[in-house]
Design a binder for this molecule. Structure first.
Ligand code: ZN
Ligand code: ZN
Length: 231
């Protein structure tokens, strides 16, 4: 079950995106669902659909693209000051809330002479695992809790259940020589002796939060938006 490794083996983790991903609706902040599309060989196509039962929003990601946070990009390897010619200018290492918020040209300050040089900027999506985002639209996941400064997140109920079973099991079982320790498959902070209890409590809270949101209502909304066939 390498799927539980939150970094490294992302392919296994991605299988937990099925059948859908609970996200915060970009319009009303209620729970919306994202349905990843698969091809006939069960591979993800990169396309997905989004629907919110609360406000009726429905979108397909090949039409509306990335809605989430981005890193600015500039494809020059060394940035040279336009005034003094030195390589002293600094690039913005901060996220922007969306592609639209990224300035087309960034005024980079030279630490050598103090003047500004305009750097054309592009943008690339923030990694979903780092941002607790859905990988298709970049929307904030609905099931996110903070445990001692770390984000604990799950795509959906099935993902939540398996995280809880492993973290809870870790509370009971001692590591045995020769067996593959559970600790290798979960982030260290989640199963550290000091935070396991807090992680289980957070997972229980997320479960209650999910139960409060009506999945049936959301599914009806999807049917209204995209028809009765499988998305
Ligand atoms: Zn909504
Ligand atoms: Zn300069």
């Amino acid at each position: 079950m390498s799927a539980l490794r939150h970094s490294g083996d992302a392919r296994g983790l991605l299988s937990f995106m099925l059948p859908d991903i609970a996200v915060c609706c970009p319009r009303c902040d209620g729970m919306a669902l994202v349905w990843p599309e698969q091809d006939e060989r069960d591979r993800f196509t990169g396309r997905a659909k989004l629907a919110c039962a609360h406000c009726g929003l429905s979108r397909a990601n090949h039409e509306h693209r990335w809605l989430g946070p981005v890193w600015p990009q500039n494809y020059t390897t060394r940035w040279r000051c336009g005034a003094c010619g030195g390589y002293h200018i600094s690039f913005p290492r901060r996220q922007y809330a969306s592609i639209a918020k990224v300035p087309r040209v960034f005024g980079a300050r030279c630490s050598g002479c103090g003047s500004e040089t305009g750097l054309p900027l592009g943008a690339s999506p923030v990694s979903f695992a780092r941002g607790a985002l859905d990988p298709f639209f970049g929307l904030k996941l609905f099931l996110v809790a903070n445990v001692r400064g770390n984000d604990l997140w799950a795509f959906n109920k099935a993902h939540l259940d398996i995280l809880r079973s492993y973290v809870s099991a870790g509370l009971r079982e001692k590591r045995t020589e020769g067996s593959r320790p559970l600790d290798q498959r979960l982030p260290g902070w989640m199963i550290g002796s000091g935070s396991r209890g807090a992680a289980v409590k957070a997972l229980d809270d997320l479960e209650r939060r999910l139960a409060r949101s009506s999945r049936n209502e959301v599914r009806q909304s999807h049917t209204r938006a995209f028809g009765a066939q499988k998305p």
